[in-house]
Design a binder for this molecule. Structure first.
Ligand code: 4AD
Ligand code: MG
Length: 477
């Protein structure tokens, strides 16, 4: 007999069939009703044990967390709450679970506690739903790009250039940390290191993706990226996954169109394919919201928020317009912002981004044409010579979710920019080559995958949407 999944059984129309099922016990009630889950769905299947004819020592081993195999008859349920249930004929304990020490008891646990037990937290409804959604979203991302003629490109994880400037980097080295070889002037001699030069974990695959865009046309990366910033926030990880499309002959307007269409498409995908998990997470979020003061509650529930993003145009606003709005805003005038906006040129903090999205526009916002000196060297300089063709997408509850730009395609302008920032040309000779041989307008963006998962699941801490979060002072598991 083939082992069925809970998801399959719950969808079965015809009943009274012999089935076999394997899973973990969620609860065992009245020595009779096993709620069994195998990860295939948020729902459990009820398995009814004939306790009068079952050995007592066996029944004692049916504890929360135990792995069991059940053979029996799938029948229409006698009770309410489920359509079908299993009449147990044979019950086998595959792996016992000590009820005294098993951390995941059938009661509410705090997310902090579950983070400490991240190896078992996917045995809860919330985390299994979040991780199924994470899987589904990553499939939707690959599907979108594949359906739209993009090639998936694997950019290197170990990088020899630190020019991107997207954040602090983690060094990769095999040198003896206690006694590294030194040069004559007392510096660490990286020529003797594994790669013969200083190397780091990548902060982004963009620069390499540009090389492939300029030959394959439309490409994207989807891989881990690393930033050694010491920012202990609910939106930052030291290791996170980033999606970075890069397209030749596409300008900033095309980049915004692509990003908006892409975001809507992947969200629509989970609305269509993950309804049960979303309904569960929606309810969870509503319960959480009820514990907050009225003023802090979100006006929309989770599923409405996802539909809202799919159904409405993102508002496109220039940085200059945004600064005007912020300067004239109530929290700015009353000095409620931690960073009061005074002049054009100020970098936007997440409090400002969230004000624009949540209070002012009340929809996703694409900010574009930022001041050149607060953005990366590779962004296309506008004719005003003050702003660059950058764009950030801001989402409610998240703030910045996407960052991208049209790239500087003019060799001389790029060289000047690098010189001004002391970026040695030797280090990026291959990047400059793209501007020497068949240069063209091109653009791309980076989406922080975990921020997307946060948005789609309504989870408020980024540590709860990645299996094993890496944050300052934490690399457990
Ligand atoms: O804005 P960022 O730094 O852009 C880049 O790295 C560009 N090279 C992307 C490109 O144009 N190809 O990062 C892009 C996105 C951010 O908008 C944010 O969603 C996410 O990556 N991100 C982080 N997510 C989690 N933890 C962190 N520490 C993050 N830093 C950035
Ligand atoms: Mg950014």
């Amino acid at each position: 007999m083939q082992v069925a999944t809970v998801a399959e059984l719950l969808k079965t129309e015809g009943t009274s069939q012999e089935i076999e099922i394997k899973g973990w016990v969620r609860t065992f009630r009245a020595n009779r009703f096993i709620a069994l889950n195998d990860g295939s769905t948020i729902n459990n299947i009820q398995c009814v044990v004939d306790f009068e004819n079952t050995d007592e020592t066996l029944l004692k081993r049916v504890t929360t967390g135990a792995a069991v195999s059940i053979k029996g008859l799938l029948v229409e349920s006698q009770g309410t709450g489920q359509k079908v249930e299993v009449q147990v004929e044979t019950l086998e304990i595959l792996g016992d679970s000590d009820p005294e020490t098993y951390p995941i008891q059938p009661k509410k646990h705090s997310f902090e506690f579950l983070r400490e037990n991240a190896h078992l937290r996917t045995r809860t409804n919330t985390f299994s739903a979040v991780m199924r959604l994470r899987s589904s979203l990553s499939f939707a991302i690959h599907k979108y790009f594949n359906d739209n003629g993009f090639y998936y490109m694997h950019t290197p994880i170990v990088t020899g250039s630190d020019a991107e400037g997207a954040g602090e980097m983690f060094r990769v080295s095999t040198l003896d940390a206690k006694k590294p070889p030194l040069t004559d002037d007392g510096q660490v001699n990286y020529k003797e290191d594994f790669f013969g030069k200083e190397t780091n974990l990548t902060v982004s695959g963009q620069l390499e993706a540009e090389t492939y865009a300029m030959s394959l046309g439309k490409v994207y990366t989807f891989g881990p990226t690393f930033r050694a910033e010491n920012s202990n926030t609910t939106r930052h990880l030291a290791e996170f996954w980033m999606i970075e499309p890069e397209v030749a002959f596409m300008d900033l307007a095309g980049n915004m169109d692509l990003a908006e269409d892409f975001m809507k498409s992947v969200i629509q995908y989970v609305l269509d394919n993950n309804a049960e998990d979303l309904e569960f997470l929606d309810k969870r979020l509503q319960d959480e919201e009820k514990t907050k003061p009225q003023a802090e509650r979100s006006p929309m529930n989770l599923i409405d928020k996802l539909r809202f993003v799919v159904d409405n145009n993102f508002k496109r606003v220039s940085y200059t317009e945004a600064i005007d709005i912020l300067r004239n805003s109530k929290p700015n005038k009353k000095k409620k912002f931690n960073y009061v906006i005074e002049e054009w040129g100020a970098d936007l903090q997440s409090e400002h981004e969230r004000y624009l999205v949540e209070k002012h526009f009340k929809c996703p916002v694409i900010l574009f044409d930022y001041p050149a000196n607060i953005k990366a060297f590779y962004m296309r300089l506008n004719d005003d010579e003050k702003t660059v063709r950058a764009m950030d997408i801001l989402f409610p509850g998240i703030g910045e979710i996407v960052g991208g730009s049209q790239r500087e395609e003019r060799l001389e302008v790029l060289k000047e920019k690098m010189a001004a920032l002391n970026i040695p040309e030797e280090e990026l000779w291959w990047y400059l080559d793209l501007r020497k041989y068949g240069t063209a307008v091109h653009s791309g963006f980076g989406l922080g995958f975990e921020r997307l998962v946060m948005f789609a699941t309504g989870m408020s801490n980024i540590r709860d949407v990645i299996p094993y979060p890496r944050t300052p002072q934490n690399a457990e598991f």
